[in-house]
Design a protein around this ligand. Structure first.
Ligand SMILES: [Zn+2]
Length: 129
């Protein structure tokens, strides 16, 4: 279901939005300390410059608001509706989820943001520099 050429592939794997061939990030694991924001300057396969303008990824903050809400709602539904806890526990679960998944939320937001500006290009995947 999830294969190269699909925007979801790039969003979920953090791969280059244009060729989907390699990761945009220096470290694939967002929890590796100090590596959360470290990205390659360009894609070594298709030469796409990820940061298309200065402070480009500030825009990802708007996306992270929506992604954060999605995680919060998921945490609430799981604790309150499925585990049937009280409201305070559900609230604490939301706070815990936000803290725990913060690196994932940041990465996802960046991936979604950059995918607004780039389209998958099968030709870019084949040409090597
Ligand atoms: Zn690329």
């Amino acid at each position: 279901m999830l294969k190269k050429g699909n925007k979801l592939y790039s969003i979920l794997t953090g791969s280059c939005p244009k060729c989907h061939e390699e990761s945009m990030y220096v470290a694939n694991n967002p929890y590796k300390s100090g590596h959360l924001f470290k990205m390659h300057e360009r894609c070594s396969t298709c030469n796409t410059k990820y940061k298309i303008e200065p402070s480009f990824f500030y825009g990802a903050m708007y996306v992270s608001y929506g992604v954060g809400i999605a995680f919060a709602v998921a945490a609430f539904v799981i604790t309150k509706l499925f585990l049937e806890t009280d409201l305070i526990t559900a609230f604490l679960a939301i706070v815990g989820t936000m803290v725990l998944f913060m690196p994932v939320i940041i990465r996802l937001s960046r991936n979604i943001w950059i995918n607004f500006f780039f389209k998958y290009d099968p030709k870019a995947a084949k040409t090597t520099l």
